[in-house]
Design a protein around this ligand. Structure first.
Ligand SMILES: C[S@@+](CC[C@H](N)C(=O)[O-])C[C@H]1O[C@@H](n2cnc3c(N)ncnc32)[C@H](O)[C@@H]1O
Length: 231
């Protein structure tokens, strides 16, 4: 499957959002936020968890410190290197995989939880749906997928206002350079929230919650239904 010559080249996006990732790196409370999210998701020791697009490995490390068996997956070997250092410094055991949303290796029905934060927008929509289908297959029936990403909350005719509002918000609240915000718009593939929701449900997920809490931020809690729950 991975040798198909029409397959999307995931590595073409590597390094594009280094500025964004490095800001996540230095964020003082990213470990606290990750732990809160994992607690909210009900993580238990012995759970098998994958963090896809793990970046610097903060969430993967927190999950490992909670006793989970964690696969930290990222297309960028540099980010995998950072994740390994971050985990080692905290004496957390994570298993790293330098692979992407379209290529990570998995056993079907094997994960208790998959997390992917601010990564799916690296794929065009067709490939987002392919990636979501892989994630669906990798989860155990009844398990959750926690997705956060940059998505447009507006309709197409509101995009100007949306993008400028998001740029102002990101510069003011996250200290982003305007150029990194514009790079995201020009060269990455954020889509509309309503497109994302349809993709997720078409893939087979049950939408437990969808939250659009900040400009261009969508948070989704999805569940893979058990066979007897499928309509
Ligand atoms: C903005 S960072 C987010 C990192 C981390 N999840 C966080 O929230 O702090 C996006 C990450 O996705 C990775 N990435 C880009 N394309 C990817 C793909 N197709 N599959 C997996 N990871 C990818 C990048 O290398 C980067 O580490």
């Amino acid at each position: 499957m991975l040798a198909r010559d029409w397959y999307y080249t995931q590595r073409r996006q590597v390094g594009l959002d280094t500025a964004v990732a490095s800001i996540y790196d230095v964020s003082e409370d990213s470990d606290v936020r990750a732990r809160q999210a994992l607690t909210m998701l009900g993580v238990k020791p012995s759970w098998r968890i994958a963090d896809i697009g793990c970046g610097n490995g903060v969430l993967a490390t927190e999950a490992a410190l909670m006793g989970a068996e964690v696969d930290a997956i990222d297309i960028s070997p540099a980010m995998i290197g950072l994740a390994e250092i971050y985990a080692r410094d905290r004496k957390a055991k994570i298993r790293t995989q330098p692979a992407g949303l379209l290529s990570f290796a998995y056993q079907p029905n094997s994960y208790d939880l998959i997390v992917s934060e601010f990564t799916l927008h690296h794929l065009p929509d067709f490939w987002k749906a392919v990636a979501l289908s892989r994630i669906f297959n990798a989860l155990k029936p009844g398990a959750n997928f926690y997705l956060r990403d940059m998505v447009f909350v507006s309709m197409p005719d509101g995009v100007d206002r949306d993008v400028e509002g998001w740029a102002d918000f990101s510069i003011k609240n996250h200290g982003f350079e305007r150029e990194s915000v514009m790079t995201h718009m020009r060269d990455e593939y954020s889509t509309f929230g309503w497109v994302m929701e349809r993709m997720l449900t078409e893939t087979g997920f049950t939408m437990v919650a969808a939250d659009y809490h900040a400009p261009l931020h969508g948070t989704y809690l999805l569940r893979k239904p058990k066979p007897d729950e499928q309509i």
